[in-house]
Design a protein around this ligand. Structure first.
Ligand SMILES: [Mn+2]
Length: 331
């Protein structure tokens, strides 16, 4: 049996359904832990619950997180849902759980990944190839402990003692994380993280906090296990060695887990790797007719200033588009 956790609201339910369906297509005996609060409608709970029931020996535990993080003093703009994964050690009594963002696709059987050796580690995850860009470009990040906006290099120097891009080699992206709950509980990581949140306003929320507390106790997944799909402006600004890593990741035919940080439903006019897979799986969910408003093309009709709305049928996924994309980002 595998435990898999997700947390989302009604805005993300249609995409979470794709993540869940992608898991069900290749895996059986999964227990889902779905964390939610008042942002998730009953109708979505019903739909997602019914979808999970179609899986082979799969079940779901709905975990109501309402009010759970009232004692945490995160910046007012932050949704409390950023803390959902932090609470997993006290939610799931087993030794491990796989947390996935609701913008993730699973392409195969997760058992080997799930059961890998995690001795001495709190968690395993994929390297975040976006943060080295933020660091190299010295972009402003927000952390109120340092008076609001602060250049990334100064923030990571003060907090993490990072001094170069290579220090991010084991900086894990929070969207795909395999937790060693046993070790985390033994070291009381959950409560230590709550204490940290009250002391430090992390720029990248729980992701920064996990990396901070997990120093020396993180395992980086291989590119066959998990990759990220990043936005074009991040790829364009990548240092050469990071860009090479990213391009190598894209050459993997079927990484087991794909995190769509560049979301096909927000950029229907652009080529997004794995968009065709996303669209295929979406057809098999209760949300098959749901479209984000950005997926609806708007055409101006003649001079009468009327608008014609047409559902976008095509997400650019031909070989030609892939080649064009690879050429463009390789520049
Ligand atoms: Mn994500």
């Amino acid at each position: 049996m595998m435990n898999i956790a997700l947390g989302f609201d009604s805005n993300f339910a249609p995409y979470a359904a794709v993540t869940i369906k992608s898991i069900l297509l290749h895996n059986k005996n999964v227990k889902f832990y779905i964390m939610y609060d008042k942002g998730l409608k009953k109708s979505d709970i019903k739909k997602i619950g019914a979808l999970i029931k179609t899986g082979d020996n799969c079940s779901v535990e709905w975990v109501d997180m309402t009010g759970k993080f009232e004692h945490l003093s995160a910046g007012g703009w932050k949704s409390k849902s950023v803390y959902f994964p932090v609470a997993l050690p006290s939610i799931c009594p087993d030794d491990r759980i796989l947390f996935l963002d609701a913008d993730v696709l699973v392409t195969g059987n997760l058992e080997n990944l799930y059961n890998q050796n995690l001795d001495g580690c709190y968690f395993a995850g994929t390297q975040d190839l976006g943060l080295p860009v933020t660091y190299k470009e010295n972009l402003l990040v927000t952390s109120t402990i340092y008076g609001g906006k602060i250049p990334a290099q100064e923030y990571y120097k003060r907090l993490f003692n990072y001094t170069k891009v290579e220090d991010f080699n084991d900086y894990i992206n929070g969207g795909i994380m395999l937790y060693n709950l046993k070790t985390m509980r033994a070291d009381d990581i959950e409560n230590k993280m709550y204490e940290l949140f009250n002391k430090i306003d992390f720029a990248y929320n729980e992701q920064d906090c996990f990396n901070y507390i997990g120093k020396g106790k993180k395992k980086v997944l291989t590119k066959n296990e998990a990759i990220l799909i990043l936005k074009n402006y991040i790829i364009d600004a990548m240092p050469d060695n990071i860009k090479q890593k990213y391009l190598d990741n894209l050459k993997i035919t079927t990484p087991l887990i794909v995190h769509l940080i560049k979301k096909p439903w927000l950029l229907p006019e652009e080529y997004v790797p794995y968009a065709d897979m996303f669209n295929e799986i979406r057809k098999q969910t209760p949300y098959k007719y749901h479209r984000h408003k950005k997926e609806i093309f708007k055409f101006k009709m003649s001079s009468k200033m009327k608008y014609l709305y047409i559902f976008s049928k095509k997400i650019f996924d031909s070989r030609k588009d892939i080649n064009k994309y690879m050429e463009r980002i390789a520049k």
